[in-house]
Design a protein around this ligand. Structure first.
Ligand SMILES: Cc1cc2nc3c(=O)[nH]c(=O)nc-3n(C[C@H](O)[C@H](O)[C@H](O)COP(=O)(O)O)c2cc1C
Length: 483
């Protein structure tokens, strides 16, 4: 195990979270209303504990649901084996540095594992044996897949992808849907099978090691198998068993797994579902159904839920930590010099409001940084606003970013627009007519909120003391704040 990561699998992670006083156990909450409502409340209270629901009416004791797992800095720090007393920016940079310094480690096949404790096939398949919550009151169905990931294989190139895509169970308990926005890697895989009129093999993991979950919901490069990223982070390969119907690699210690085939010619209505933008924006559409061939689960399984709620919520919280340093790395790889910091703000769902701080080196530097941030792999999907600021602005502080926007940008000359950029059915600002016709694009504003390069030396000085003077001031006068 790599230095720091002191657990293997969800259950050991939960034990550490419990030891750290970060776990709340809840008995008797209903799947119909209570779990979704309690999760909504926890999501909107920063730093709130993880909640493990048990004794769910209608279900056997021990058949549990975990929610709000990653909504605190302490729990993210535990996940990556890092100290929890770092600033948000430092913690996210340390996570990225750990990834940068790790070698990708391929998974290894094993013959057995806890996921095989219960295997149902044929007439024994019924996904409603799990207490899948109704997460939002206007959701059409019960979403078993929110805090997990889906595994697919590229039929041409052979590589495996782990991607977190919502999974709604169908009422018969034997089918499910995975909604994947066009352009996501799992969607590209599925499209390739469907173009050949073949079923797409897929595995839905509805609870597993949080490292694998964070790997699956983060924008890793096309062609990278997320098992390798997560194995590298842990310093040890992930163990998998081979799915008996699809051959896909299933985490040997996963909690709940559905294995089957999505069919291009078996379409049924999926959605609406309350989404990360804060709306039921995707309404319902015909989506391919997955025919479930096998259900695997551990004894006393834990279904992991990470339902999207109106941001800022749990999802935007952990995604800001994962996505911000990746975006910074992509800017650097694209050759943008002196990028000081990047933050994908929680209020924009960690996608729609991105702040980039640079130390300006030449005319056009800010526009270059802004356009690349809006268009690179990490930044492209469903972005909206990119604000480029000078290095004296703390990009993680929304108020400082807004202050820079208000005082250093000129709306008539500082905003560039990109049209017809990559968006999704989930975008609430695309009209129903455009969605109907597949015109799934939106526009982007790149706001240059840096001091204008050509007269930056004459820009009025900020009326705050320089950092060293302020530090001295705090030493002398800080006591005034203590009353
Ligand atoms: C909780 C959660 C749910 C998500 N649900 C979906 C979804 O339903 N469809 C989708 O396309 N992306 C969804 N995403 C975003 C993808 O997981 C993310 O873009 C990821 O990078 C996709 O993997 P890929 O790059 O391998 O395609 C979700 C993310 C999270 C954190």
């Amino acid at each position: 195990m790599s230095e720091g990561i002191a657990y293997r699998g969800l259950r050991e992670w939960l034990a550490l979270v419990d030891q750290a006083g970060q776990l709340q156990k809840v008995d008797g909450a209903s799947w119909e209303e209570d779990i979704g409502m309690a999760t909504e409340i926890l999501h909107h209270a920063p730093g709130s504990p993880a909640a493990l629901f048990d004794h769910i009416p209608g279900y056997p004791t021990g058949n549990r649901v975990l929610a709000n797992g990653l909504n605190s800095k302490e729990r993210l720090a535990i996940t990556f084996g890092l100290p929890s007393d770092l600033s948000s920016f430092e913690l996210s940079s340390r996570i990225a540095a750990k990834a940068r310094n790790s070698k990708y480690l391929p998974f290894e096949y094993v013959q057995d594992g806890p996921v095989l404790e219960n295997v149902h096939t044929g007439d024994d398949i019924n996904i409603w044996e799990f207490p899948v919550p109704r997460w939002h009151d206007q959701d059409k169905g019960r979403y078993i897949g929110t805090g997990g990931f889906n595994i697919t294989r590229d039929p041409d190139e052979g590589w495996f992808n782990l991607g977190t895509y919502r999974v709604m169970g169908d009422s018969d308990g034997r089918h499910a849907f995975f909604y994947v926005s066009p352009g996501k890697h799992g969607r590209i895989h599925r499209d390739k099978y469907f173009a050949r009129r073949e079923p797409c093999p897929v595995v839905v993991v509805a609870g597993a090691d949080p490292l694998l979950f964070l790997a699956g919901c983060t924008e890793h490069p096309y062609g990278l198998c997320e098992y390798e990223w997560a194995g590298g982070m842990r310093g040890e390969p992930f163990q998998v068993i081979k799915g008996q119907f699809t051959g896909l690699p299933i985490p040997a210690d996963a909690e709940i797994v559905l294995e089957g085939f999505a069919h291009y010619d078996d379409l049924k209505e999926e959605g609406p579902f309350g989404e990360w933008t804060g709306y039921y924006a995707s309404s319902s559409r015909l989506e391919p159904r997955i025919e479930i061939k096998a259900v695997y689960h551990r004894n006393n399984p834990i279904l992991v839920g990470s339902p999207p709620n109106r941001p800022p919520d749990e999802q935007s919280f952990y995604r800001s930590f994962m996505r911000s340093p990746l975006l910074k790395e992509e800017l650097e790889k694209a050759g943008v010099p002196d990028v000081q910091a990047v933050w994908c703000h929680e209020a924009g769902g960690a996608r729609m409001f991105v702040a980039v701080a640079i130390k300006q080196r030449y005319p056009g530097h800010a526009a270059q940084a802004g356009h690349i941030a809006a268009s690179c792999h990490v930044g492209a999907y469903c972005g909206r606003y990119v604000v480029v600021v000078d290095e004296d602005i703390d990009v993680t502080n929304l108020e400082e970013v807004i202050w820079a926007m208000c005082t250093r940008s000129d709306p008539a000359t500082s905003i560039d627009i990109i049209n017809r950029a990559w968006s999704t059915h989930l975008d609430p600002r695309i009209s129903p007519e455009d969605k109907e016709k597949g015109r799934l694009w939106n526009s982007r504003a790149i706001i240059d909120a840096t001091r204008p390069y050509d007269w930056r030396d004459q820009f009025p000085a900020v009326n705050m003391p320089a950092p060293e003077l302020r530090r001295q001031g705090m030493e002398k006068w800080g006591y005034l704040l203590k009353k």
